[in-house]
Design a protein around this ligand. Sequence first.
Ligand code: PHE
Length: 485
Amino acid sequence: MNQERGNWGSNIGFLMAAIGSAVGLGNIWGFPYKMGRSGGFTFLVVYLLLAIFVGFVIMMGELAMGRKTGKGTIGAYHTLSKNFKWVGWLAVFAPFVIMSFYSVLGGYCIEYLALNLSNLAFAGAEVMTGSDLFGAMLTNQFGCLMFTMLFMVICYLINRGGVSGGIEKFNKVGMPALFVCLLIIIARALTMEGAVEGLKFMFVPGYAVKAGFIEQAPGFLTVLATAGGQMFFSLSLAMGAMITYGSYLSKEENLVKNSGIIVVADTIVATMAGLAVIPAAVANGIQNGIPFAEIKLSGPSLLFVTLQDVFAAMGAVGPLFGVIFYLLVLIAAISSAISLIEVVSTYFMDRAAEKGKEGNRPRIVLLVCLAIMVEAAIVAWDGLGSNDMWVPFQNSLGVVGAFNDCWLDFMDFWSEGLAMPLGALLMSIMVGWEIKPKTLLDELHVGGSSKIDAFFSFSMKFVVPVIMALILVGQLNDFLALGLF
Ligand code: PHE
């Protein structure tokens, strides 16, 4: 590995950064709700099985690909494969497109953090309801643009600092801070009256339907596809992030153990995030006489409408919890965004190195961030469809809720809906059948091997491709509202 590329300062620093990449908005607004509506503990078991047999395996594979080649995503695929060279492009395209809306959502977090801070400073000022506030924010296009830009500036400053000097440094402080914030919010949430109903929604199989949160439980195939889609987005897989982070890792470190730690930590944080948000949202709904079916428990509305209402209803201490909460969401968003930016930047850094030049990191990161800002400007201006902007193919499918409702959905479709599952599917075929698992197993043995050979080969060859194909169909079914199953 060449020295100029940069290295992690320590294994714990790498772990914090990788966990930071994994723990993001997906954990907070996706996991708890999907778990609740898809059968509570049953979903958790399905999720865990998928995380072990698919997530853990791809995680080891990606880290090994990165460390073996010492290159970012595109370079790694080019070095390893003849037939799948181009898959690397998918895994750079996806993070670039995801950033178009991740940055806008990050901007919303900053706005809400600022708002709660000012409510804290000017106690007694009138507090708007979550939905009024969210509506006002989305239609204030210029404001959204500014906050998106602010989010990108923060990420830029971290990424330009380099692997150990920027990314690792941020995560080493950010991750423990996020954890403490999460514990505080959980303690507050679980002591609210009615919180237990939220816990039942999350964990008791069948309760979501029985108590009237949702009308009908989804079928098993849907649950499998939902859990799978959530799992690999949440673990930052098939986006080049882990290949890139792995390429900065020293040969002394144990990839198998590290992969296990990342998967376990991400799942624990997702469950904890559920304990922080769902019971509070449900309890506040009960206290205000809102029927369960009308409480928004996922997506942007969970974060920016339902929870803001919870904080507004808490009285004098509300803004304080609001500040802690939006700070934690912001840290989660930043730590994921910087991994996405790094995937794209590393490609250009590696290309410069190939030509024998030393890549100018600050300049490359700046250009990448500017390019992201251009696409993000469209998503910010659109305000989740609040501003009646033109969206490609809008209504051409004639299905409400399909991928083309607003710019965020449109961007999400190409990245999370298509490029991610397709990339993971092709990667498993490449590793399992073209270059053979042994190529990566050799790398996994460096730095301390565990007895995973048979498990790794079998999963990579047979389990991962089948499950990834199902997830791909599931994502298309969801995004295009095909109604297949
Ligand atoms: N894992 C992040 C989340 O849960 C999203 C992400 C995906 C980040 C892929 C980096 C790479 O929100």
